[in-house]
Design a protein around this ligand. Structure first.
Ligand code: ZN
Length: 151
Protein backbone atom coordinates (compact mmCIF):
# COMPACT_ATOMS: atom_id res chain seq x y z
CA UNK A 1 0.00 0.00 0.00
CA UNK A 2 1.31 3.39 -0.92
CA UNK A 3 1.55 6.13 1.63
CA UNK A 4 -0.92 8.21 -0.35
CA UNK A 5 -3.49 5.43 -0.20
CA UNK A 6 -2.99 5.06 3.52
CA UNK A 7 -3.52 8.78 3.98
CA UNK A 8 -6.64 8.67 1.82
CA UNK A 9 -7.94 5.82 3.93
CA UNK A 10 -7.42 7.70 7.20
CA UNK A 11 -9.25 10.74 5.80
CA UNK A 12 -12.16 8.65 4.49
CA UNK A 13 -12.32 6.78 7.76
CA UNK A 14 -12.75 9.99 9.74
CA UNK A 15 -15.25 11.26 7.19
CA UNK A 16 -17.39 8.13 7.21
CA UNK A 17 -17.10 7.40 10.94
CA UNK A 18 -16.50 10.77 12.52
CA UNK A 19 -15.35 11.03 16.11
CA UNK A 20 -17.01 13.37 18.59
CA UNK A 21 -19.66 14.48 16.16
CA UNK A 22 -22.85 16.13 17.39
CA UNK A 23 -23.79 18.95 19.69
CA UNK A 24 -22.96 17.99 23.30
CA UNK A 25 -25.44 18.71 26.12
CA UNK A 26 -23.09 21.27 27.59
CA UNK A 27 -20.61 23.55 25.87
CA UNK A 28 -18.78 26.58 27.24
CA UNK A 29 -17.73 27.63 23.79
CA UNK A 30 -19.71 27.42 20.57
CA UNK A 31 -18.26 28.62 17.34
CA UNK A 32 -19.28 28.16 13.76
CA UNK A 33 -17.06 28.61 10.79
CA UNK A 34 -17.85 28.70 7.11
CA UNK A 35 -15.80 28.36 4.01
CA UNK A 36 -18.05 29.72 1.26
CA UNK A 37 -15.63 28.79 -1.52
CA UNK A 38 -16.26 25.12 -0.87
CA UNK A 39 -19.56 25.31 0.99
CA UNK A 40 -18.21 23.92 4.28
CA UNK A 41 -19.96 24.78 7.53
CA UNK A 42 -18.43 23.50 10.73
CA UNK A 43 -19.51 24.03 14.32
CA UNK A 44 -17.10 23.45 17.17
CA UNK A 45 -18.17 22.90 20.78
CA UNK A 46 -15.84 22.95 23.75
CA UNK A 47 -16.49 22.11 27.39
CA UNK A 48 -13.77 23.69 29.50
CA UNK A 49 -12.29 22.59 32.78
CA UNK A 50 -10.13 25.51 33.85
CA UNK A 51 -7.17 25.61 31.49
CA UNK A 52 -8.16 22.34 29.85
CA UNK A 53 -10.38 21.59 26.91
CA UNK A 54 -12.23 18.81 28.66
CA UNK A 55 -14.36 17.89 25.67
CA UNK A 56 -14.26 18.96 22.06
CA UNK A 57 -17.09 18.17 19.65
CA UNK A 58 -18.01 19.24 16.17
CA UNK A 59 -20.95 19.17 13.83
CA UNK A 60 -21.74 20.54 10.42
CA UNK A 61 -21.72 19.75 6.77
CA UNK A 62 -19.07 20.05 4.14
CA UNK A 63 -16.55 18.21 2.03
CA UNK A 64 -14.68 15.12 3.17
CA UNK A 65 -11.55 17.11 3.98
CA UNK A 66 -13.24 19.66 6.22
CA UNK A 67 -15.23 17.05 8.14
CA UNK A 68 -12.33 14.61 8.43
CA UNK A 69 -10.12 17.47 9.64
CA UNK A 70 -12.76 18.38 12.24
CA UNK A 71 -13.02 14.79 13.44
CA UNK A 72 -9.23 14.52 13.75
CA UNK A 73 -9.02 17.84 15.53
CA UNK A 74 -11.55 16.90 18.19
CA UNK A 75 -9.73 13.62 18.66
CA UNK A 76 -6.26 15.05 19.22
CA UNK A 77 -7.33 18.01 21.36
CA UNK A 78 -9.46 16.10 23.86
CA UNK A 79 -8.20 16.95 27.38
CA UNK A 80 -5.39 19.22 26.17
CA UNK A 81 -4.49 22.51 27.86
CA UNK A 82 -4.97 25.79 26.05
CA UNK A 83 -1.20 26.07 25.66
CA UNK A 84 -0.96 22.59 24.13
CA UNK A 85 -3.84 23.44 21.82
CA UNK A 86 -1.99 26.54 20.65
CA UNK A 87 1.15 24.54 19.95
CA UNK A 88 -0.63 21.76 18.08
CA UNK A 89 -2.62 24.30 16.10
CA UNK A 90 0.56 26.15 15.11
CA UNK A 91 2.23 22.91 14.03
CA UNK A 92 -0.78 21.88 12.01
CA UNK A 93 -1.03 25.25 10.29
CA UNK A 94 2.68 25.20 9.44
CA UNK A 95 2.26 21.74 7.94
CA UNK A 96 -0.72 22.88 5.88
CA UNK A 97 1.34 25.75 4.57
CA UNK A 98 3.88 23.29 3.25
CA UNK A 99 6.46 23.47 6.01
CA UNK A 100 8.28 20.33 6.98
CA UNK A 101 6.92 19.66 10.45
CA UNK A 102 7.67 16.58 12.51
CA UNK A 103 4.48 15.83 14.41
CA UNK A 104 4.59 13.76 17.59
CA UNK A 105 3.24 10.23 17.27
CA UNK A 106 -0.06 10.97 18.98
CA UNK A 107 -0.82 13.46 16.22
CA UNK A 108 0.01 11.16 13.34
CA UNK A 109 -3.55 11.10 11.95
CA UNK A 110 -3.11 14.81 11.21
CA UNK A 111 -0.25 13.91 8.87
CA UNK A 112 -2.74 12.31 6.53
CA UNK A 113 -3.81 15.83 5.57
CA UNK A 114 -0.27 16.83 4.62
CA UNK A 115 -0.88 16.21 0.90
CA UNK A 116 -3.70 18.76 0.97
CA UNK A 117 -1.01 21.45 1.27
CA UNK A 118 -0.50 21.03 -2.48
CA UNK A 119 -4.03 22.24 -3.15
CA UNK A 120 -4.36 25.82 -1.88
CA UNK A 121 -8.17 25.86 -2.15
CA UNK A 122 -8.48 22.70 -0.08
CA UNK A 123 -6.09 24.01 2.58
CA UNK A 124 -8.94 26.25 3.73
CA UNK A 125 -11.13 23.18 4.14
CA UNK A 126 -8.56 21.47 6.36
CA UNK A 127 -7.92 24.61 8.41
CA UNK A 128 -11.59 25.53 8.83
CA UNK A 129 -12.23 23.60 12.07
CA UNK A 130 -8.98 24.92 13.58
CA UNK A 131 -9.71 28.51 12.65
CA UNK A 132 -13.23 28.10 14.04
CA UNK A 133 -11.94 26.70 17.33
CA UNK A 134 -9.39 29.48 17.66
CA UNK A 135 -12.07 32.06 17.05
CA UNK A 136 -14.24 30.47 19.74
CA UNK A 137 -11.39 30.38 22.26
CA UNK A 138 -10.48 33.99 21.55
CA UNK A 139 -14.08 35.09 22.10
CA UNK A 140 -15.09 32.86 24.96
CA UNK A 141 -16.36 35.80 26.98
CA UNK A 142 -18.95 36.52 24.33
CA UNK A 143 -21.32 34.10 26.12
CA UNK A 144 -22.94 33.14 22.87
CA UNK A 145 -22.22 31.41 19.64
CA UNK A 146 -19.62 33.21 17.56
CA UNK A 147 -19.03 32.77 13.87
CA UNK A 148 -16.27 33.31 11.41
CA UNK A 149 -15.94 33.07 7.66
CA UNK A 150 -12.69 32.12 6.02
CA UNK A 151 -11.93 33.78 2.76
ZN1 ZN B 1 -14.21 21.90 1.69
Amino acid sequence: MQLNDLYKEIILDHYESPHNRGRPPHADIEAEGSNPLCGDDVEVYVALDGECLKEVHFDGSGCAISLAAASMMTEVLQGKSREEVRQISDQFKAMMHGEDVALPEELEDLESLKGVANFPLRVKCALLPWVTLEHGLANEDAGQRVSIEVE
